[in-house]
Design a protein around this ligand. Structure first.
Ligand SMILES: *[C@@H]1O[C@H](CO)[C@@H](O)[C@H](O)[C@H]1NC(C)=O
Ligand SMILES: *[C@@H]1O[C@H](CO)[C@@H](O)[C@H](O)[C@H]1NC(C)=O
Length: 214
């Protein structure tokens, strides 16, 4: 009896620890992205066809002529309604020469990154502040555990590209710098000044650079 309870409890805890998106309860549940209903995910559309499971948006390189020299193109449930409840998605990341995907987290998914071409210096930081990094090239893979802060930097004077897979239909992306210095309404200057042990003017300077353009 005790053994059974302990087994059931450990199983429940185990499921809780490893779970990503919840499992589906039917074959398909194509997202009704226009629905006003609020549920965990999206309500299912009554009818669907092959277009709901198709997307060609990752076929071509994205434009990387921006400040950081990188562009993420997402193939998630917002682009492919058929992904709703299936627990997977992809991103394509394009990098200009020496381009950077700045430190960020995906709160809902582990990421596995495959380099299409070029060479990237990539790394993640554990909650014990251990920095795990490596330089990888075309055909190689690196893993970023769920929720941990990570980045990718193109180390060559040539374009690079990668495909990232996630165990979530909508992994979520929170860029650390813009979360802290570009939030709306703004995070108070004194909070950031004390946290980073810098002056309020320096906080204002960084905020001016990272404020959302609108
Ligand atoms: C698939 O359904 C959409 C509406 O969701 C419709 O616009 C489209 O024409 C349909 N495609 C085919 C091939 O039937
Ligand atoms: C990037 O290049 C595209 C196409 O050449 C152009 O339309 C766009 O304005 C450029 N963006 C920036 C930020 O320079």
């Amino acid at each position: 009896m005790v053994a059974t309870v302990v087994t059931v409890m450990s199983f429940t805890i185990f499921l809780g620890v490893v779970s990503a998106d919840p499992d589906m309860l039917q074959d398909v549940c194509v997202a009704d992205l226009a629905s006003k209903a609020i549920v965990n995910g999206f309500p299912c559309k009554a009818t669907f066809n092959e277009t709901d499971f198709f997307f060609d948006g990752l076929a071509k390189p994205g434009l990387t002529n921006n400040t950081l020299g990188s562009l993420v193109t997402m193939a998630n449930v917002q682009k492919i309604p058929g992904l709703n409840t299936l627990g997977v998605s992809l991103h394509r990341v394009d990098y200009a020469p020496f381009g950077l995907t700045p430190p960020h987290t995906h709160p809902r998914a582990t990421e596995i990154l495959f380099v299409l071409y070029g060479e990237l210096h990539i790394g993640f930081i554990t909650t014990a502040n251990i920095f795990v990094a490596k330089t990888i090239k075309a055909g190689e893979i690196f893993v970023f555990p769920k929720g941990l802060v990570h980045f990718q930097k193109n180390v060559q004077n040539a374009p690079a590209a990668a495909i990232a897979a996630f165990n979530s239909q909508l992994a979520g992306t929170q860029i650390i710098t813009t979360a802290l210095f570009g939030a709306k309404p703004t995070v108070p200057d004194d909070v950031l000044a004390k946290a980073f042990q810098i002056d309020v003017d320096e906080v204002e300077m960084i905020k001016a650079k990272l404020a959302p353009k609108s």
